[in-house]
Write a protein that binds this ligand. Structure first.
Ligand code: GLN
Length: 272
């Protein structure tokens, strides 16, 4: 494991020892505390082989969540691979804001635009067993991952998928709350993101155009034109986009605009 940690340090990985320990835990099926108790006992060959393969992947900056094939979000497990953006802890603030804005009445319909892995939609449907929702996703590969996650959580009845661009989706009029974590990174910044993000998260989930705000202009326009009046919308934003996104929503005629931070203290959510 010391060798792996050294490789990780060389590769520029932030917590090399911790990551080596977590990969050994994955490879061996033992918890990290069991591994410590085991001390210097010999590692079986098959575990060593699996571990070495995983170390090679991680050294190439494949995200830990892709190697594990799963990640935790909002206390739930999600299948995680290159088909969609890896669920981020920061996005839990979007789920929390949506839960506060969602009226108490049963039978409501929500929509998650650009659902990707399906994590926002699924977290909301698990927390509110009385509602249903649709994940709208133009990318077929991402939608197939969302379908697997929906099945994993037994939500096939309440969660639908619409594999089409947002503007072509016909369900806007029956939505009671809209959420989205759209692409919001400025095009010129995408190239300087960490390799885990730049190389392994889909570009379509990151690149928000020249000023990073293309998706908000589209979301604001479509929301104003097609949602029932008064329907709450909740969007994830970049840490420095609160003012710009508020202005875009206000210019489109949306009202009662508010915002919230993530656990790291950065602006992360805007709603209207
Ligand atoms: N929060 C993501 C990141 O840090 C970006 C996701 C997005 O553009 N929606 O890379």
């Amino acid at each position: 494991m010391a060798g792996a940690a050294g490789c990780f340090r060389q590769a520029g990985i932030e917590s090399p020892q911790r990551e080596a320990r977590l990969l050994m835990s994955l490879a061996s099926g033992l918890t990290t505390s069991q591994l410590i108790l085991r001390g210097h006992m010999a590692t079986p060959d098959d575990v060593r082989e699996t571990f070495d393969r995983m170390v090679g992947q991680r050294e190439a900056r494949v995200p830990f969540q892709h190697i594990a094939g799963t990640t935790s979000f909002f206390g739930l497990d999600f299948i995680s691979d290159a088909r969609a953006l890896v669920p981020r802890a920061d996005s839990e603030a979007v789920v929390e804001a949506a839960l506060r804005l969602l009226p108490d009445s049963p039978g409501l319909e929500i929509a998650d635009l650009g659902t990707g892995s399906g994590c926002l939609l699924i977290a909301l449907l698990v927390t509110r067993p009385d509602i249903s929702g649709t994940g709208v996703e133009a990318d077929g590969a991402a939608a197939s991952l969302a379908a697997e996650n929906i099945a994993q959580h037994g939500l096939e009845i309440r969660a639908k998928l619409a594999v089409q661009p947002w503007s072509e989706w016909s369900g806007w009029g029956s939505v009671d709350l809209l959420i989205s974590n759209p692409p919001y990174i400025r095009t010129e910044v995408v190239a300087s993101l960490d390799p885990e993000v730049r190389l392994y998260d889909p570009d379509a989930a990151l690149d928000g155009g020249a000023d990073g705000l293309d998706a908000y202009r589209e979301l604001a326009g479509l929301s104003q034109a097609r949602l029932k009046p008064g329907t709450p919308v909740v969007f994830e934003i970049g840490y420095d986009q609160q003012g710009d996104v508020r202005a875009i929503l206000a210019a489109a005629g949306l009202t009662d605009i508010g915002s919230a931070k993530d656990l790291g203290g950065n602006d992360r959510v805007v709603w209207a």
